[in-house]
Design a protein around this ligand. Sequence first.
Ligand SMILES: NC(=O)c1ccc[n+]([C@@H]2O[C@H](COP(=O)([O-])OP(=O)(O)OC[C@H]3O[C@@H](n4cnc5c(N)ncnc54)[C@H](OP(=O)(O)O)[C@@H]3O)[C@@H](O)[C@H]2O)c1
Length: 277
Amino acid sequence: MTPTYTLNDGQTIPVLGFGTYPLHGEDGTAAVVGAIEAGYRLLDTAVNYENEPEVGEAIRRSGVPREELFVTSKIPGRHHAYDEAIASTRESLRRLGLEYLDLHLIHWPNPSVGKYVEAWRALVALQEEGLVRSIGVSNFTGEHLTRIIDETGVTPAVNQIELHPYFPQREMRRVNEELGIRTESWSPLGKRQAPFSEPAIAAAAEKHGVSPAQVILRWQVQLGCIPIPKSATRERQVANLDVFDFELGADEMAAITSLGRPDGRLFGGDPDHHEEM
Ligand SMILES: NC(=O)c1ccc[n+]([C@@H]2O[C@H](COP(=O)([O-])OP(=O)(O)OC[C@H]3O[C@@H](n4cnc5c(N)ncnc54)[C@H](OP(=O)(O)O)[C@@H]3O)[C@@H](O)[C@H]2O)c1
């Protein structure tokens, strides 16, 4: 069983989860079923990933009771108006075939549109209605967080942000922690530029007899962040979850965190990187 954290609203969340972008179609469903069979209980999807039906189908196929799973989805930028955020969430539930989400996030703040406070009010109402157990945000800065908290009195349970060795997010981790918000890490392995051959990571992998990916995910866990690695490969799915039998020393942790660099942020053509969607 994956260990859990208790969020600021009293709900529990696994300390490591499974990212589902860009898993699609029958292969995508099979990959998510495989992840659940491998032991993942936290599944991360989004409207913009266009794979909520696949994730819902995988949950049903897995045979794992609904209450044992922690399902996250996200409201896209084009649904930030209050009524649209409510309708968007009901549509996510319909596509997933679920009665509630464990965690629902605002995918991006889209500050140029300026409606993220409305989307946040909708999430507060959805939580009161019981359609969503925990509510949170993604890609929010300290300024965005302060604004929704000041205007509603409700603090997000989670802020899901890009976080990996080349972009270790010291400042946002500190901001989230000060506000009592759990940090969740997207692209936790660093995706395309996975820094597997960095000496700090390779040396720790050799010392502990694990893979570089396991070192990075263990670093995430010891930072207190929730990594959600994606893999379509069963072997990697199993290995990525197997990071609870070794511990990195303070020197190893510091060496990995110091890999952060100004150009470390990822850019790409996937939906997550478009503010306006
Ligand atoms: N909130 C947001 O704005 C946002 C943005 C981006 C992503 N996300 C979420 O975060 C999740 C993870 O991010 P990500 O997919 O961008 O990046 P990632 O999990 O860091 O990296 C995934 C890539 O690493 C490979 N990989 C996985 N495990 C490996 C291992 N043990 N050894 C070597 N390679 C390995 C995968 O290939 P194989 O599949 O071939 O194994 C895939 O190409 C997404 O699926 C999504 O749920 C959220």
